[in-house]
Design a protein around this ligand. Structure first.
Ligand SMILES: Cc1cc2nc3c(=O)[nH]c(=O)nc-3n(C[C@H](O)[C@H](O)[C@H](O)COP(=O)(O)OP(=O)(O)OC[C@H]3O[C@@H](n4cnc5c(N)ncnc54)[C@H](O)[C@@H]3O)c2cc1C
Length: 386
């Protein structure tokens, strides 16, 4: 078993250190506090060839895998510049088009998306369905060779910046299908199409990417806009969930690591009684404990990425990595905040803002309880609870 990264992987992992020389955490925070899309950072990552990391080279991508995507995201997060828009775009949407789109679709969308010229958002969540995706109501009804999409989505990240949305909609009512996961189709929807509108959501979480409610009013689509097979969208949707969990894990471990490094540095210098506060075990142990949990979660995420790249079942490892990483990320930022005392809550240090992000990732894109349900059922063989 070889845990060493190859030269290319190391370069990708360290890319975050390079790009952070120009776009550092204070850049990210400035954007996040204004809910302003980090266009300059996005353009730089695109120009450096990392936006389409999982897309084959013939369509403008880097032709690499899940491991490299995870390393890239962890490297960015290590520097406090994680991008949620790269989860929905680079990790979920683009590989899905590359793997399941028609040849015409790949030619049409991927080169521009890999170059960062166009953006994709991913629209699954609906207010009334929530975690229970099977209950989504958005429906694309077929009339002749056209589909007409009606319904709404919520919490859609970067919908305002996106040129296209990958939309999961029903194409067949649940009464007409054999399997409850049948009857759903994945469409690429042009955000400028007639009948698409959106309203921003007022969010408390500090992120540069905004969330939106999306509305579809008789949006006209054709078979050419379908990714994969009509009525079988869930099969490919499930495939993209493990990559999402893996990169979200690396965002948590990276942000947690940054918080710990900052705290260790601060506590080693700050003196309030005799000597630095970092000499107290009361501060050291929570940091050391969190560091241990961060590295365990990071390893787990790499294992999950390896499993995914090697076409082995990655559901269990991806779910465990996401649980461990979100918990470890929160633990790390919390322990770091304690070291900073009052300074931890000031804008200058930006620590409290990091907490907001890792805390979000315990709930979204999939909540911890659903992952525990999965592990209880699939790994431990226990009865399904919901
Ligand atoms: C900042 C942000 C960005 C997002 N971006 C996107 C995006 O780009 N695209 C998109 O489609 N969605 C997006 N989402 C939506 C996100 O995926 C959902 O919020 C999430 O899936 C939870 O759904 P919900 O909010 O409806 O919670 P609910 O389904 O109402 O669940 C509430 C809580 O109930 C508990 N719960 C629910 N079901 C069970 C169960 N079976 N067993 C045990 N406990 C359970 C969990 O604790 C859960 O947190 C985003 C959300 C946020 C906050």
């Amino acid at each position: 078993m070889n845990f060493e990264l190859n030269d290319e992987q190391r370069m990708i992992y360290e890319y975050g250190d390079q790009v952070a020389k120009t776009f550092d955490q204070s850049y990210w925070l400035k954007k996040a506090r204004k809910s302003e899309f980090p266009k300059e950072l996005w353009d730089q990552v695109s120009e450096d060839g990392f936006m389409g990391i999982m897309v084959p080279e013939e369509y403008g991508g880097a032709g690499l895998g899940m491991m490299e995507m995870a390393l890239l995201m962890e490297g960015l997060a290590n520097n406090g510049i994680p991008l949620l828009s790269m989860v929905v775009g680079s990790t979920m949407s683009l590989p899905m088009i590359a793997d399941h789109g028609s040849e015409a679709m790949k030619q049409k969308y991927l080169p521009d998306a890999c170059a960062g010229k166009t953006l994709f958002c991913f629209a699954i969540t609906e207010a009334t369905a929530g975690t229970n995706t099977i209950r989504i109501n958005s429906i694309a009804k077929q009339k002749g060779d056209r589909y007409y999409l009606n319904g709404s989505k919520t919490f859609i990240t970067s919908a305002d910046e996106s040129d296209y949305a990958l939309v999961v909609a029903r194409t067949r009512p649940h009464t007409e299908v054999d399997r409850k996961t049948d009857g759903f189709t994945l469409f690429i929807v042009d955000m400028k199409a007639k009948g698409v509108s959106m309203t921003p959501l007022e969010m408390g979480v500090v992120l540069p990417e905004q969330q939106f409610q999306l509305f579809f009013d008789d949006v006209e689509l054709t078979e050419d806009d379908v990714i994969g097979t009509v009525d079988k969208g869930f099969d490919i949707l499930f495939e993209s969930l493990n990559p999402e969990r893996i990169v979200v894990s690396t965002m948590c471990t990276g942000v947690g690591r940054l918080a710990l490094n900052r705290a260790a540095e601060y506590a080693s210098e700050r003196e309030v009684f005799n000597g630095p506060i970092g000499a107290y075990q009361g501060l050291q142990h929570p940091l050391a404990q969190a560091k241990t949990h961060i590295e365990v979660a990071s390893l787990m995420a790499r294992q999950a990425a390896w499993l995914y790249d090697n076409k082995k079942s990655a559901g269990e490892a991806s779910s465990m990595a996401k649980i461990a990483a979100a918990d470890a990320g929160m633990e790390a930022v919390d322990a770091a905040l304690q070291c900073f005392g009052g300074n931890g809550f000031t804008d200058d240090y930006g620590l409290y803002d990091m907490y907001s992000m890792v805390r979000l990732l315990k709930t979204a894109p999939i909540n911890k309880e659903m992952l525990l349900n999965y592990i209880a059922e699939k790994s431990l063989g226990m009865p399904r609870s919901y």
